[in-house]
Design a protein around this ligand. Structure first.
Ligand code: SF4
Length: 321
């Protein structure tokens, strides 16, 4: 009889949870409309629920009225966002509630410190992702060199050779693949003749190396990736739940595919298909950091229903009876 195994770390990370709590609390205590700039989290279902609580999501600051109570998402904003909001009398301590995750702020601080110590800072991330845009603001803005895939390491070498920087360092968006980051660094080092990229610890005490990299992928992302790897190794099929725009959820799906396990990326239980589950002995379920618990539970219930399981779920701290 098939067994369902849910990843120990799956779904909301603390940064996303906090951002949602802030938005809900602000909306509850605010008699006027509450605005959120951008997708608070990359999950369509969560956004719909919050809209139902009277929160208005806008993709342009132009759509936020003067003086409006506003919440900023977890991904971290460029300084220009704060300036534009200030022009509308929306400021911190008054009507601006900043839900930027502290681990994103940490990346900003690392970027600033490297830059101030003479490093050309290269970002391993998704060019159009709000977090990458926010981090780039602290570097060279839209001219910041961003590398999206480890396979593009040659473009980094070209950038280094062309500009002959005295020092260069690589940092990562918090939600990138741990293996992808390692692959990028290893590929670069295998091609470089002189200095190699060596890790600069987060304490950032030694800033003398010519080439360095800082491990800025956040722990919740790492936990979700390693738990997903475990699932991929022991399950016959893995269902990954996440929003279409969720970078970390897509990374989990990519990881499953890379490891060769049959896997499917869905947004909700409605997309599950019975034929995916037929004949499977162990079914794994995982979810990105922007997927709420209730969606995971719904998917698990649907799998049980579809496979007519008579056995209980494998217990994890998140799904105990
Ligand atoms: S994925 Fe990491 S950086 Fe992003 S909100 Fe969650 S904990 Fe913070």
């Amino acid at each position: 009889m098939p067994e369902i195994k849910v990843a120990k770390h799956a779904g909301f990370c603390f940064g996303v949870k906090k951002a949602i709590e802030i938005a809900e609390e602000v909306a509850q205590n605010n008699k006027e409309k509450t605005y959120v700039y951008g997708q608070l989290v990359h999950n369509e279902q969560v956004i719909k629920k919050l809209e139902g609580k009277g929160i208005i999501f806008v993709e342009s600051i132009n759509k936020i009225p003067e003086n409006a109570v506003t919440v900023l998402r977890a991904h971290g904003e460029p300084g220009t966002t704060y300036k534009l909001l200030e022009e509308k009398s929306i400021t911190k301590g008054k009507n601006l509630n900043d839900a930027t995750c502290p681990l994103v702020t940490l990346v900003h601080n690392v970027a600033i410190k490297l830059k101030n110590n003479g490093y050309e800072v290269i970002l391993f991330g998704k060019r159009n992702h709000p977090e990458a845009i926010g981090t780039s603001y602290h570097l060279k803005g839209s001219s910041t060199f961003v590398v999206e895939n480890p396979e593009d390491y040659e473009s980094v070498i070209e950038h280094l050779n062309k500009n002959n920087f005295e020092k260069a360092a690589i940092i990562s968006q918090t939600t990138m693949s741990v293996h992808g980051y390692k692959k990028l660094i290893d590929s670069l080092n295998s091609k470089l003749n002189g200095s190699k990229f060596v890790e600069i610890p987060l304490s950032m005490k030694d800033m003398t190396r010519k080439y360095g990299y800082v491990d800025t992928i956040c722990n919740p992302t790492k936990q979700r990736q390693s738990d997903t790897e475990e699932l991929a190794e022991e399950c016959d099929v893995v269902i990954v739940i996440g929003g279409k725009n969720s970078s970390n959820s897509k990374e989990l799906y990519a990881k499953c595919r890379e490891l060769g396990v049959e896997s499917y990326f869905i947004q909700s239980e409605e997309q599950l298909q019975k034929e995916w589950l037929g004949g499977k002995e162990k079914i794994g379920v995982t979810a990105g950091a922007s997927t709420p618990d209730y969606l995971i539970k719904e998917v698990v219930e649907k799998i049980r229903e579809m496979t007519k399981l008579a056995i209980p779920l494998q217990k994890t701290p998140r799904f105990q009876d």
